[in-house]
Design a protein around this ligand. Sequence first.
Ligand code: PEP
Length: 242
Amino acid sequence: MKKLVIIGNWKMNKNLHETQEFLSDFEKEYLNNKRKINKKIEFGIAAPFTNLFLLKDKIFKSVAQNFSNFDSGAYTGEVSASMLKDLGVSMVVLGHSERRQYFNETNEVVNKKTLQAIKENITPIVCVGETLEEYEAGQTKDVIAKQLKESLAGVEDFSKVIIAYEPVWAIGTGKTATAEIAQDICSFIRENTSKKVVIQYGGSVSPSNIEELMSQKDINGALVGGASLKADSFIKLLTLNK
Ligand code: PEP
């Protein structure tokens, strides 16, 4: 089996107590299902900043949902890469459509953060994807090409980044891109970046569709919101619903 990187994106969910509960459930489920989880699957959880310290030294990667493109200094409310590294964070989700939509994160900002992540040895998971309007107007590839060009400007070694294709119309809606659409766009992303880049699909991935999506040639993993919030469902993603 090819290598897969499956990351749960908790968004702004779970307080400390709920995170502890998840971790204890996850540990039990993991031990019960260990044989079914392929060693080639790398997995992690993108938790809110306040819970990341609980994820340190666990069996999964600790992932941040954002960070500052500045090193340190007078940037009230921001969290730096080095602060996250102290907590054991090894990956960061950047340019998620919710950040682009609600916090005005542009390709230019995503690019600064991507370069900062590479400099700090944190793997950026750079999200790209078209809106429903753009999808219906047949603009998907143009939109993705622009997001890739601008968000990844200056990236030289594509083995240091992960790209997540997340059609905005499929996020949290229960509508998944068909495996054919997801494969077509992921293959387009590969052609426009590098053969060696890890490409995830995200958008209503669940235990019932993960196996088909992950079997597509150019899909190397998943970024999963809703289905990562419960330990039993997250484990089913890791066993590819076996
Ligand atoms: C996401 O948050 O990146 C996501 C894909 O969410 P969901 O799986 O709930 O659609």
